[in-house]
Design a protein around this ligand. Structure first.
Ligand code: LMR
Length: 394
């Protein structure tokens, strides 16, 4: 039986991780997978996470099952963090999921159960897991324009023109902040136009927010998601704690579904618990418990927010110094967009050949679509990268 299996294409981000690990060159630089690294190239456990783990180790008396939806206190804390008071709590159904990808998967299955013919619209480009899971589930999907390869900003006219084609009941997947892979984000005036078109087309927005706190700050990064949730009757939101709590391997995420009223919430909550039961039964608890402790304890929360702010401002500083170094190396402003992008990633629009040359000649790894992880840089590697990009791009 097992010999009947077909080969599956390797995930391009994870394949790059393996390739980087096996590269013997000591000067190699990893700008691939979306993992934060400090100035020494380490991915530290955040201070508040360590402190919460210590408390948990002392206080936890049982590892028995929690609930299919996870701990309601985790849902409450995350709904507060992401949605604030944008919608009444009794309009939000929520389940803990294994990471942000788990939330995307549960959200797509929920859509499929509720509306099997709905088309899911995806920004072009988007994070590879979006189309990959959608195709795996046989969900109809269409792209909408998003990135302008010339300006490296948002092709807003193209985006709006494509979203005018959305049919009532279709789902539009929106990146809540720090668009992955491009780093190019809508501005607040454009949010209003986006919300207006979603409303007028009768679309259901599905917001993927995996980098809250990495762009302009915790509150600012949640603003688009909150505006969407406040404006439309039904909204789905997938949030990840991997990046902003640095708990990648704990697999901590949440799927939230906003219904028009409390009766809809009750039905959705039961369906979400059912879906968890079918796919993995109980969601992982350890990371969710840490997040709940941090978000509900003043001292832990203050320290977490302070460290997240250090991470965010560090990335912004790296963006600016890379843009400056590239201006000096190339004598032009063509990489100025790096300072305007937000979050971990920037799509540079280097050609596939140039990306290969960076890897082969300079031991610098970025994803083949020219996405680089800014957090993979430090003060020493910024000038190295700038020289290498200038060398390969002529
Ligand atoms: C990324 O985009 O690099 C991360 O979110 C890691 C992943 O799971 O693909």
């Amino acid at each position: 039986m097992l010999t009947n299996l077909a080969e599956k294409p390797a995930d391009k981000i994870l394949a790059l991780v393996a390739q980087f690990r096996s590269d013997p060159r000591p000067e190699k630089i990893d700008l691939g997978v979306g993992v934060y690294k400090d100035a020494n190239g380490n991915t530290p456990v955040m201070r508040a996470v360590k402190a919460a783990e210590k408390q948990l180790w002392e206080q936890e008396t049982s590892k028995s099952y929690v609930a299919l939806a996870g701990d309601p206190a985790f849902s409450d804390a995350m709904i507060g963090l992401v949605l604030g008071d944008a919608v009444a709590r009794d309009r939000v159904a929520a389940v803990a999921t294994p990471g942000g990808t788990g939330a995307i998967r549960q959200g797509l299955e929920l859509i499929q159960m509720a509306s099997p013919d709905a088309t899911v619209w995806l920004s072009n480009p988007t994070w590879p897991n979006h189309p990959s899971i959608i195709q795996y589930l046989n969900i109809p999907s269409k792209p909408y324009r998003y990135f302008d390869a010339d300006t490296r900003g948002v092709d807003f006219e193209g985006m709006m023109a494509d979203l005018e084609q959305v049919q009532p009941g279709d789902v539009v997947l929106v990146h809540g902040c720090c668009h992955n892979p491009t780093g190019a984000n809508l501005n607040p005036a454009q949010w209003d136009d986006l919300i207006a078109v979603l409303k007028s087309r009768g679309a259901i927005p599905f917001v993927d927010i995996a980098y809250q706190g990495f762009g302009d700050g915790l509150e600012a990064d949640a603003a688009l998601t909150r505006k969407i949730a406040a404006a439309l009757p039904e909204v789905i939101v997938a949030a990840s704690c991997s990046k902003n709590f640095g708990i990648y391997r704990e697999r901590t995420g949440i799927l939230m579904a906003v219904s028009a009223d409390a009766t809809g919430t009750d039905l959705t909550q039961k369906n979400l618990a059912f879906l968890n039961r079918q796919n993995f039964s109980f969601p992982p608890d350890h990371g969710a418990r840490l997040v709940t402790m941090i978000l509900t304890d003043d001292a832990l929360r203050t320290d977490w927010e302070a460290e997240l702010e250090e991470v965010r401002s560090g990335m912004l500083g790296l963006r600016q110094s890379l843009a400056d170094a590239l201006r000096a190396e190339t004598g032009s402003d063509r990489f100025g967009f790096l300072a305007d992008h937000r979050g971990m990633f920037s799509r540079t629009e280097l050609t596939p050949e140039q990306v290969v040359k960076l890897r082969e000649d300079h031991a610098i790894y970025m994803v083949g679509d020219s996405r680089m992880n800014i957090a993979g840089l430090n003060a020493q590697t910024v000038p190295v990268l700038a020289r290498a990009i200038a060398a390969v791009s002529g």
